[in-house]
Design a protein around this ligand. Structure first.
Ligand code: DGJ
Length: 471
């Protein structure tokens, strides 16, 4: 090749490389709770009632791929990440089946995957049910690879019979034995191939106790669970024991009383074992029925574990975990703050005002369907802090580019049984430029009922703006 062609080729590759670097977006550098997450394709991460498993130095998140309008099973999703901040959508790991326990018009919840040490197979366990939650059963599915499409195998059997329980979880002990836990305090030991149950270790230890989770630190086992309040949040509690057989000692809530577990329900606890420390990640769901796909969020917090005492003393909107060292640290979201009174930067349409409330917040809010506000900004990211209250509703959030094209759209929820102000939306990281944030009142809120008919949910459609942050 002559010299001139060589230099042209070199220049060409240099230009391509430079453009590549310039376009490479920054990645998220923290775990954020209470906001919709975006995957590598810009879609909302939908993995609720989830479980996490580490495999080959990567974390795999399996969860309910929720719908925005029904409670029907719409598949289990699989996402993967190396840092627990940025999630790649792998696939629908278990789609709706043609018929049977996970066919149309059925419930499929709380998928949890474990790798069977004996066979090397990946086994996914889940709760299957009818739409009235009257045909509950623990089912399982298998795959040769962690991120494959799992084959549904039907009911997990104990003495030839299905386990007729609803909320469930799994636990793998340090000796490789696998366990399935269900609501009301039941613990079952799995066979060597993880495909049936050989023994019931704990029977009806407690009343209710949904969303069960077990993890172990040193020689202590921790069993977490929630009260039975449908999609409503409650103060989750825990038990401890030095043997899985018990005796299990009952403790009260691990998050401050009446924080309602920082508005979440337990779904997993992941030990992040590093070179210097082990952090126990509490994974919780902040349900947002009926718009679960868009508006239900994740509450992931570092659990403080001291001897046999668990706590989540404060709510961390964002924090960092080093998956190599296992250490976690606090992080403050930095940027330019725009207060809600700044009408130069926030353009309100319709009637947004400070409602006379009994709380101390000074946010602007509106419940008028279609009312909106917008903020033009130059930067790479925008966030919205709002007050959630018992009369909170849904808001539609949009980001438009300089040409007025919508490049991001999300539904968020502002319901909480007690008033609290926190980050409710954070845009994906954008290429630096001019954008517009538009937030609109949808005029909707969620209501739902538990099995005995008790009603829950919001009393109004309020959307609030406490402040805006621009990065
Ligand atoms: C609470 C459970 O923990 C969830 O998984 C789900 O089944 C809801 N109840 C349904 O109301």
């Amino acid at each position: 090749m002559n010299k001139q062609i060589k230099s042209i080729l070199l220049l060409f590759f240099l230009v391509i490389y430079t453009i590549g670097i310039a376009q490479k977006k920054e990645k998220l550098n923290a775990i954020y709770s209470g906001i919709p997450w975006h995957d590598d394709k810009g879609n909302t991460v939908s993995a609720h009632g989830a479980g996490i498993i580490k495999d080959n130095n990567r974390y795999y998140l399996f969860g309910e791929y929720k719908s925005d309008s029904t409670i029907d099973f719409t598949g289990f999703s699989c996402y993967s990440s190396s840092d627990l901040y940025n999630w790649k959508f792998e696939k629908i790991a278990l789609p709706v089946q043609e018929s049977g326990k996970l066919g149309l018009n059925r419930i499929g919840e709380r998928p949890k995957v474990m790798k069977c040490p004996k066979t090397g197979e990946y086994i996914m366990y889940m709760h299957t049910d009818d739409l009235k939650y009257k045909d509950q059963c623990v089912g399982y599915a298998t795959s040769k690879t962690i991120n494959g499409v799992y084959t549904f195998q039907g009911a997990l059997l104990f003495n030839g019979q299905p386990i007729k329980k609803w909320d469930m979880g799994t636990f793998q002990d340090t000796d490789g034995s696998g366990y399935v836990i269900t609501h009301s305090g039941n613990l079952y030991k799995l066979s060597d191939d993880y495909k049936s149950v050989t023994e019931q270790i704990v029977k009806d230890m407690t009343k209710h106790c949904e969303a069960p989770v077990i993890f172990k630190k040193d020689n202590t086992y921790f069993w977490l669970g929630s009260g039975l309040t449908s999609w409503e949040r409650n103060d989750n509690y825990y038990f401890t024991a030095t043997s899985l057989k018990g005796p299990w000692i009952s403790h009260e809530n691990f998050a401050p009383k009446d924080s309602l577990t920082w508005n979440s329900q337990s779904t997993f606890a992941l030990p992040i074992v590093g070179s210097k420390d082990t952090t126990y990640l509490f994974g919780g769901d902040r349900w947002a029925f009926p718009h679960q796909k868009s508006a239900a969020t994740y509450v992931w917090q570092p659990l403080i574990v001291k001897d046999d005492v668990l706590s989540l003393p404060d709510y961390k909107e964002n924090w960092q975990i080093n998956t190599i060292t296992g250490e976690w640290s606090n992080l403050t979201l930095k940027g330019t703050i725009i207060q809600n009174s700044d009408t130069k930067n926030i353009k309100y349409s319709d009637n947004w005002k400070k409602e006379p409330t009994k709380d101390s917040f000074t946010d602007n809010s509106s419940d008028a369907k279609g009312a909106s506000f917008s903020v033009n900004f130059n930067g790479t990211q925008i966030g919205l802090y709002s007050v959630a209250r018992p009369n909170g509703g849904y808001a539609q959030v949009e980001i438009q580019d300089a040409g007025g094209k919508t490049i991001q759209s999300n539904l968020i929820e502002m319901y909480c049984k007690y008033p609290e102000s926190s980050l409710k939306y954070l845009s994906p990281i954008l290429n630096k430029g001019n954008y517009k944030l538009i937030v609109t009142v949808t005029g909707e809120h969620g209501n739902w009922y538990k099995k005995d008919g008790t009603g829950f949910g919001s009393t109004g459609n309020f959307v609030s703006v406490d402040r805006i942050i621009v990065k």
